[in-house]
Design a protein around this ligand. Structure first.
Ligand SMILES: N[C@@H](CCC(=O)N[C@@H](CS)C(=O)NCC(=O)O)C(=O)O
Length: 216
């Protein structure tokens, strides 16, 4: 039976909602937040990112709420609560799923952080350890590689490429030889080379970005 790791007062309520709406049986493991509202070691024992939601279903350990919602709806819900695969409606639905955790969440978090001010809640304090954790996660994702999903280039590599490009441009991959080598492999792909020929460089040089921000 599927196990849901739920952190109190968190995004993982989304998953309880879907499981309840489908009537799918599941084990619920509830985790408490610690100091500064952060998750504790019990969640990191489930997945190295130490975040909720996480599900365990047989051999599969899955994080990221939108991936979990899709997985449960497909495997346990016979596609309920999603427009049919391949339809335009499904594409727009997936756009909302991704938007909620990316382009919408980013300004929401930045706004909240600005309301909270500095100190323990400052974005910089939060970002430093999270950034290292994220790079460790990417490193484990590309091991053994050569791509994120193993032998084949997938959408996941295309999606992560922009993050890699930004980090490299800012010199943030200097101490990360595995990620640097992976990024070089992606850039060596003939289809990536065509991308740059057609679309131009993925990011501006970091020094130029700084210059632009300083002028504003
Ligand atoms: N993009 C992830 C975000 C996961 C996430 O940040 N979860 C929060 C709960 S709302 C968490 O576990 N925070 C505890 C922590 O970072 O220490 C998702 O959609 O699942």
């Amino acid at each position: 039976m599927l196990t849901l790791h739920h952190l109190l007062t968190s995004r993982s309520s989304r998953i309880i909602w879907l499981l309840e709406a489908l009537g799918t049986p599941y084990n619920l493991v509830t985790h408490k937040r610690g100091q500064n509202m952060r998750a504790q070691a019990d969640l990191a024992a489930i997945h190295p990112l130490g975040k909720a939601p996480a599900i365990v279903d047989g051999d599969l350990v899955l994080v990221e709420s939108s991936a979990i919602l899709r997985y449960i709806a497909e495997h346990y819900g016979n596609g309920r609560f999603m427009p049919p695969a391949g339809s335009n409606a499904r594409a727009k639905h997936d756009e909302w799923l991704d938007y909620a955790e990316s382009s919408l969440m980013m300004p929401v978090i930045l706004k909240l952080s600005s309301l909270m001010g500095g100190g323990q809640n400052s974005l910089a304090d939060f970002a430093a350890p999270e950034f290292e954790k994220a790079l460790n996660h990417v490193t484990s994702g590309i091991t053994p590689g050569p791509f994120l999903m193993g032998a084949e280039l997938t959408l996941a590599d295309m999606q992560i490429s922009y993050c890699l490009s930004l980090m490299e441009s800012a010199g943030l991959l200097k101490d990360r030889p595995e990620i640097t080598a992976y990024w070089q492999r992606l850039q060596a792909e003939p289809s990536f080379k065509r991308t740059i020929e057609i679309g131009g460089p993925m990011v501006s040089p970091y020094a130029k970005m700084l210059e632009t921000f300083e002028k504003e």
